[in-house]
Design a protein around this ligand. Structure first.
Ligand code: SF4
Ligand code: SF4
Ligand code: SF4
Length: 180
């Protein structure tokens, strides 16, 4: 069966330290001022019962990826055998159709003119390692694995806790789930 890689991120454990952002920049040599992941701080509720949520965000490696559908050159594609969305820099013209199509603002133009984005650290995953952001989190709030495997830790966590995805109304079927 094809892999459906995903992350389950515990917003209750996240302390908003930003180590995931630094790890990604270092691991993937992301140029200054650009980010493959970022931390959102969201306040909800009404005084005096305000709730503060920290959320580490990145490409959702959507099961129905509008970025790939929008790309006119085939530069944006889904990895064979999984759901990881990737960009072939050699085919990318920098037209930004995918940037406009992504509801999560997960793509950016690299200084060389092609698109940059989270790759789920495919180069590490292929070696059996965890994505860089997951591996450094001091709060251990991120879990990476195969959502298609009912015995994986990500599947187990989703069965055991209440969770949400971002902008489900966009119909993209995100592969990043947040435990709430
Ligand atoms: Fe594409 Fe954006 Fe979904 Fe990532 S989050 S797969 S860039 S639409
Ligand atoms: Fe495709 Fe590149 Fe245009 Fe995005 S910017 S739609 S990857 S050609
Ligand atoms: Fe960056 Fe890798 Fe984490 Fe994606 S999975 S945000 S590329 S460190």
């Amino acid at each position: 069966m094809a892999k459906r890689y995903g992350m389950v991120i515990d917003t209750v454990k996240c302390i908003g330290c930003g180590d995931c952002v630094i790890a990604c920049k270092t691991e993937n040599k992301v140029p200054e001022g650009l980010h493959r992941d970022w931390v959102v701080e969201e306040v909800s509720g009404e005084f005096p019962t305000l709730h503060l949520e920290f959320r580490s965000e990145r490409c959702n490696h959507c099961e129905n990826p509008p970025c790939v559908h929008a790309c006119p050159t085939g530069a944006s594609y889904v990895q064979q055998g999984s759901n990881i969305t990737l960009v072939d820099g050699g085919k990318c013209t920098g037209c930004k159709a995918c940037v406009a199509a992504c509801p999560y603002d997960a793509r950016f133009i690299m200084p060389e003119g092609f698109i940059g984005k989270c790759t789920f650290c495919l180069h590490r995953v292929e070696k059996g390692e965890q994505p860089a952001c997951v591996s450094v989190c001091p709060a251990h709030c991120m879990t990476f694995g195969d959502l298609n495997d009912p015995s994986s830790e990500v599947s187990r966590l989703l069965r055991s806790r209440k969770s949400k995805t971002l902008a489900p109304e966009a119909g993209t079927r995100p592969s990043i789930h947040y435990l709430v």
